[in-house]
Design a protein around this ligand. Structure first.
Ligand SMILES: Nc1nc2c(ncn2[C@@H]2O[C@H](COP(=O)(O)OP(=O)(O)OP(=O)(O)O)[C@@H](O)[C@H]2O)c(=O)[nH]1
Ligand SMILES: [Mg+2]
Length: 474
């Protein structure tokens, strides 16, 4: 990827639209565009145009007019990429877009690779690596929280602190290396106590970022909510009602759902991923057995578990209720970090006047499980609004903290973990009285991993990997 090439891409989504934007970047793109541009006002050449100016006219291939266009001119270094750049707004027919592309491709411009505009921005120091990655996240953001997180990162929220800590670590490394030059004189330039404090500070920072990864992932892909319960309790009915779509098959035959079905909905700025599962029971059916195994897998992945009970059934059968509660209790022990909510479904089937019994059951569940209970009718839609609000509140008040720095990117997560381990190594060396020369080697390793996060240390492979996942035109 030579950054002196002139590149082009359609920056708007494929297909027809009112307007399409074609983007060019590279040293010669203003002059090249000028060759095919006929300004509406004679004499206003693009080649003489200042940066940040807008030009109306015709784009022509020889004598043939391709379209009436608007051209924005950007001059290095004041552009997204830091290079000379042009954005041409054309009428959004795919035919015109194609024609314009062809015209430039014949004339010294090549197609941009995915993310190449942003790569150039990074190479020209317009942004650091996590900011470049935030651009990709911003484009992909599907909900308010993902959008906020990406925006925060784009404005440099993520790496500022890390950079500062890394700089301090560099100072210490330099002082220690200086000590090595004076090895015979046995001097200590680097204050070991202050150094230890810095290590603790870095560790805390890294740890917070590492822990935020789970939350970050949730923001990106939706809060996983597993719907669990015995067969026929109405899990699939609930999924359909929440999604407002007949996604899962509903019948009165127990064991209808055998595979995991999931989909996302957005509510109150949060994406939830609801997961309908096979009903839990002892079965000889091989397919159903596999489905049930998957159900347990899904409990593992979920942040919230909705446990459905058939209200009509448990109200008449205390033993069935106790069995269910025992089973839930067992799972709660196994997965203590999940948030459990019991849903008493099918209240519409209860005869009038069952309220006292229902309340008693609710109390019994609350006491046994320390879980919240919500009464619903998945079929009639009763209690569903309350359930949605309740779910949103759980997130807003606890699991995910918007605004704070959240790591959403697997690469950052891995680099942070490596950095954390290398800091531990330094700390251990310090405590065990490791010689200064060996200590500095460990510090260098830690600096390397920290630098990988902010992009101060990069390899071509890494850049290639990151920018490959972008869309073309960004
Ligand atoms: N009256 C009433 N019937 C319901 C309600 N929710 C579900 N049902 C009925 O209960 C039966 C089972 O519903 P499903 O949604 O298939 O139950 P499930 O839990 O997914 O069952 P499996 O997939 O077999 O584990 C169907 O006949 C539904 O119409 C409800 O709130 N009220
Ligand atoms: Mg089902």
């Amino acid at each position: 990827m030579k950054s002196s090439d002139n590149i082009i891409a359609i920056a708007t989504p494929p297909g027809a639209g009112a307007i399409a934007v074609i983007r060019l970047s590279g040293p010669d793109v203003i002059d090249i565009t000028d060759k095919f541009f006929q300004p509406a006002k004679k004499g206003k050449n693009l080649s003489d145009a200042k940066g940040y100016t807008l030009h109306f006219g015709y784009l022509k291939d020889g004598e043939q007019i391709i379209d009436e266009v608007l051209v924005s001119v950007f001059r290095t270094p004041h552009s997204y990429t830091g290079e000379n750049a042009v954005e041409i707004s054309v009428h959004g027919s795919p035919y015109i877009q194609q024609k314009v592309l062809e015209l430039f491709l014949k004339n010294g411009v090549r197609m941009a690779k995915p993310g190449e505009f942003t790569l150039r921005a990074f190479l020209h120091g317009k942004m650091d690596l996590t900011q470049a990655e935030a651009v990709a996240d911003l484009i992909a953001a599907e909900n308010e929280q993902a959008h906020q997180t990406a925006l925060h990162q784009l404005r440099g929220g993520f790496t500022k602190d890390l950079k500062m800590l890394r700089d301090k670590l560099i100072e210490f490394a330099a002082l220690m290396e200086l000590e090595l030059d004076f090895a015979e004189e046995d001097v200590e330039f680097a204050d070991r106590q202050a150094f230890q404090n810095l290590l603790i500070q870095i560790k805390e920072k890294l740890n917070r970022l590492i822990e935020s990864y789970q939350a970050g992932n949730v923001i990106k892909h939706g809060v996983p909510v597993a719907i669990i319960g015995e067969p026929n309790t109405g899990k699939s009915t609930l999924l359909n009602a929440l999604l407002n779509e007949e996604k899962a098959i509903v019948t009165d035959i127990p064991g209808t759902t055998r595979d995991v079905i999931e989909d996302t909905i957005h509510m109150e700025g949060i994406t939830f991923r609801f997961i309908d599962t096979a009903g839990l029971r002892k079965t000889r059916d091989e397919v159903e057995k596999i489905g049930i195994e998957r159900t347990y897998e899904k409990v593992k992945d979920a942040l919230i578990v909705l446990w459905l009970l058939d209200a009509g059934k448990v109200i008449h059968d205390p033993q069935a209720l106790r069995n269910s509660l025992d089973e839930i209790k067992g799972l709660q022990k196994e997965y203590p970090d999940k948030h459990w909510i019991v849903l008493l479904n099918k209240v519409d089937t209860l005869p009038d006047g069952s309220t006292p019994e229902l309340e008693e059951i609710q109390n019994q569940i609350r006491q046994t499980l320390q879980a919240d209970v919500i009464v619903i009718s998945a079929k009639q839609g009763e209690g569903l609004e309350e359930l949605k609000k309740y779910l949103a509140r759980q997130i807003q008040t606890g699991v995910v903290r918007p605004g704070e720095t959240v790591v959403t990117n697997l690469r950052h997560y891995q680099a942070l973990k490596k950095a954390y381990e290398s800091i531990l190594q330094v700390e251990e060396g310090l405590n065990n009285g490791l010689t200064t020369d060996l200590l500095t080697v460990d510090i260098r390793t830690a600096l390397h991993h920290l630098g990988e996060i902010t992009g101060e240390i990069t390899t071509d492979d890494l850049l290639d990997h990151i920018f490959r996942n972008f869309c073309i035109g960004k």
